[in-house]
Design a binder for this molecule. Structure first.
Ligand code: MLT
Ligand code: MN
Ligand code: ZN
Length: 310
């Protein structure tokens, strides 16, 4: 099974268009040790020919251009694409709006929970993906189901499961109290299994907290791609970028007693890879103390074009 990180950045990417924080300005200036990252997406394939996207970021056009495996191929005719399916893990702009890049009457399947399919169906702009060409398949929670699209079985099973998180920012309902109206199916993680070999990995790009159920689920996993949004809960507040903490945004931090570094330590996971890394995160400075800390704890800091073979 082939996994490729198309974009390892969080919403806004790195550098973010309107940001002059130290990280963003260093990346914009081309300073060594600050590698730009596009917005959050992975691609996966069992055979290297037919691919599923895990999230569709607004940068998808650029990500396809940078990834020859995802190019249209002349030997398959005038119009074709190796992309057969798109799985969405929430309704965030960085994770689903980029599906519009896949218009032009090309068949593929969109997979998401009923909650997230509802966002696609309620927003008329997505009708550009005509439903006779781009069917929607609801992902049930806790049940593995085969990924197919354009008449192709990808040879991959996908199991969705709820993770602690938050409803998409633009749907927050302040009158609903601290949950902002979040319900089951708003934020999911995925377990992708290659049917022929039984090899699998977890993809959890947005997660507010590692609770006991989630820890039990991922214990002993060979590979986990995990929410690397923030190093510290309050790093965006301290930097003066915005007033929200990690818990308010629905993202766990790397550091701290309940952070991902500490919590993953005893879970016996083979390979731990941070994705969805926000531009404020000090690990994006390759010379930083924080970068050394996460690497010493056995984490890879994901980057665009990273290939992982299972
Ligand atoms: C997030 O990950 O918190 C969201 O991408 C925020 C956003 O939609 O801008
Ligand atoms: Mn995001
Ligand atoms: Zn920035």
């Amino acid at each position: 099974m082939f996994v490729r990180v198309l974009g390892a950045g969080a919403g806004g990417g790195f550098p973010q268009w309107n940001c002059t924080c130290r990280n963003c300005q260093s990346a914009r200036d081309g300073k060594p040790g600050f590698t730009p990252r596009t917005q959050s997406s992975l691609a996966v394939s069992a055979d290297g020919q037919s691919w599923a996207l895990l999230n569709a970021s607004p940068d998808l056009r650029q990500q396809i251009a940078a990834t020859p495996a995802l190019h249209a191929k002349p030997e398959h005719g005038l119009r074709n694409s190796p992309i057969k399916a798109v799985v969405m893990t929430n309704g965030d702009v960085d994770h689903m709006s980029g599906v519009i890049n896949l218009r032009e009457a090309q068949p593929f399947t969109i997979y998401a929970t009923r909650r997230v399919l509802g966002i696609v169906e309620d927003n008329s702009i997505f009708r550009i993906l005509a439903d006779n060409m781009v069917p929607h398949e609801e992902l049930p929670l806790g049940i593995a189901r085969p990924l197919t699209g354009a008449g192709v079985d990808l040879g991959l099973d996908c199991e969705a499961f709820d993770v602690p998180g938050k409803i998409a920012l633009y749907l927050e309902d302040a009158s609903a109290g601290p949950s902002f109206g979040t319900t089951s199916g708003d934020t999911i993680g995925l377990k992708i299994t290659e049917r022929a070999t039984g090899k699998s990995f977890f993809y959890i790009p947005g997660c507010a907290q590692l609770d006991d159920a989630l820890k039990a689920r991922i214990t002993g996993a060979s590979h986990v791609f995990f929410d690397g949004t923030l190093y510290d809960d309050d790093e965006m507040v301290r930097a003066g970028l915005m007033p929200k903490t990690g818990p308010r945004m629905g993202h766990i931090s790397m550091s701290g007693a309940n952070g991902s570094i500490a919590t993953f330590r005893d879970l016996g996971i083979g390979r731990k890879i941070y994705v969805h890394i926000n531009n404020s995160n000090p690990v994006l400075d390759e010379a930083s103390q924080e970068r050394q800390t996460v690497e010493a704890a056995g984490w890879d800091v994901g980057f665009d074009g990273m290939e992982v073979r299972l």
